[in-house]
Ligand binder design. Structure first.
Ligand code: AP5
Length: 216
């Protein structure tokens, strides 16, 4: 079964996507992570994407849509997948619907993690990420067991460049203009499930599992 994680930047989409991916044993597909890998590897796509990401803007639809289509065509997606950070515009939502139809995949639910803007800034500035495995932490709300070190792979944690206050403010503005309309789009299809993302990460996971009728 396949899922989409929707929500503002920093709402906890990645955190919940990893939890569900572990629970259901299906791949977690984060367009943000894929783009950051391209930037790290200094590919042409990475160079183009970096210009937008550093300004808190969305990467053009045509670049991201092709990436996702290629990823969904991989054999491991046949048993289901969790899309995190895609779609983010109506153009992407329509392109995804077409791709899913072509591949014969069905969306089980679109999970909207709801967090007010006021909380987002605190989350972003306290976020730490593992540059190796992608695990995400927060210095207060979800600290690693050992300070500055990933629990999973023991790599030194780092701070994302686009987590500076000014860039976060721009990302929130872009979210409200371009991504928020997708809530109504999926609600109209009766597959939207909204959870309160201000609860602890563990409680949010439990609430998602409950709403999906699965055991946490
Ligand atoms: P992307 O990496 O997708 O960033 P984002 O959507 O802005 O979301 P984040 O990864 O910042 O946050 P999240 O919701 O995953 O929260 P997380 O779990 O990390 O995209 C980056 C950029 O790439 C975009 O700005 C854009 O330029 C480009 N891009 C990507 N996809 C694109 C697309 N489809 N089209 C065009 N451009 C695209 O949690 C955040 C923090 O809060 C962490 O520290 C975490 O530990 C903490 N936390 C999580 N849950 C809780 C909780 N319940 N309580 C307290 N703290 C919590």
């Amino acid at each position: 079964m396949s899922y989409i994680m929707l929500g503002a930047p920093g709402a906890g989409k990645g955190t919940q996507a990893i939890a569900l991916s572990n629970q259901f044993q299906i791949p977690h597909i984060s367009t943000g992570d894929i783009l950051r890998t391209h930037i790290q590897q200094q590919t042409n796509l990475g160079a183009k994407a970096k210009e937008y990401i550093d300004q808190g803007l969305l990467v053009p639809d045509e670049l991201v849509v092709d990436l996702v289509k290629d990823r969904l065509a991989q054999p491991d997606c046949k048993k289901g997948f969790i899309l995190d950070g895609f779609p983010r515009t109506m153009v992407q939502a329509h392109a995804l619907a077409e791709a899913l139809k072509d591949l014969g995949y069905v969306l089980r639910a679109v999970i909207n993690v709801d967090v007010p803007d006021e909380d987002i800034m605190i989350r972003m500035t306290g976020r730490r990420i593992c540059p190796n495995c992608g695990n995400t932490y927060h210095i207060q709300h979800h600290p690693p067991l050992e300070d500055g070190v990933c629990d999973r792979c023991k790599t030194a944690l780092s701070i994302r460049e686009d987590d500076q206050a000014e860039t976060v403010a721009k990302r929130l503005q872009v979210y409200h203009q371009q991504t928020r309309p997708l809530i109504q789009f999926y609600n109209d299809q009766h597959i939207l499930l909204t959870v309160d993302g201000t609860e602890s990460a563990t409680t949010v996971t439990q609430n998602i599992m409950k709403a999906l009728g699965a055991n946490a």
